[in-house]
Design a binder for this molecule. Structure first.
Ligand SMILES: [Zn+2]
Length: 204
């Protein structure tokens, strides 16, 4: 990978939040919209990896795989989602020309750090995975966990190290390969503090 960096941007969008209880393990609902024609096994592997990373931060993920068609989203997913559902959209490539070619994805957040949508670019994930001789599913899973981390942490959610690093260099990519790129204890504290104040998660 050399010094090639993988970085992420936060965009601005308005969404709402409300309150949840304290003291139980949070479960977040994440709808996945595959607009990049992913191989099912790659997508499954990515969800397992992202779920494992989120679990290691004390957050369970309930995945909803939303089939996208030319006519829109499948009814099952429309009925299952609500305003607290986070969404991950997989795109073939970045729709934003202003994004640097190195960026793997972005999360949409308003000026208060609220947001529920993120996107990942398959072309960048595949390219970096090939360069690093890494499974696309594992890298995609780590990228999804990173973007969910933005949505869960709120404003200024990049960290100096770990999975919320703004740039992934050789060290981070090697950690992805080992399944060792994780949230820091400060990330985890911030995620749980914020989940206690919102209704993004249900509790089990
Ligand atoms: Zn980021």
């Amino acid at each position: 990978m050399g010094r090639t960096a993988v970085s992420f941007l936060a965009f601005v969008l308005l969404t709402g939040m409300s309150l949840a209880a304290e003291g139980q393990e949070p479960v977040i609902m994440v709808a996945v919209y595959d607009r990049a024609n992913m191989k099912p096994e790659t997508l499954l592997s990515a969800e397992q990896e992202a779920g494992r990373i989120m679990n290691s931060a004390g957050v369970s993920v309930h995945w909803l795989n939303c089939q996208t068609t030319r006519h829109g989203v499948g009814d099952d997913c429309l009925n299952a989602t609500n305003r607290e559902t986070l969404s991950v959209t997989l795109l073939v490539k970045s729709p934003h020309p202003a994004l640097k070619s190195e960026e793997m994805g972005y999360a949409l957040q308003d000026r208060n750090g609220h947001g529920s949508q993120c996107s990942i670019f398959r072309s960048r994930v595949d390219e970096i995975a090939a360069l690093a001789h890494l499974s696309s599913g594992r890298l995609l899973g780590a990228a999804i966990a990173h973007e969910l981390g933005h949505l869960l942490k709120g404003l200024d959610s990049h960290s100096p190290e770990g999975i919320m690093s703004a740039h992934w260099y050789k060290r981070e990519i090697q950690a992805v390969r080992r399944g060792a790129l994780a949230f820091t204890s400060a990330d985890i504290e911030q995620i749980h503090a914020r989940l206690r104040q919102t209704s993004l998660a249900s509790l089990k």
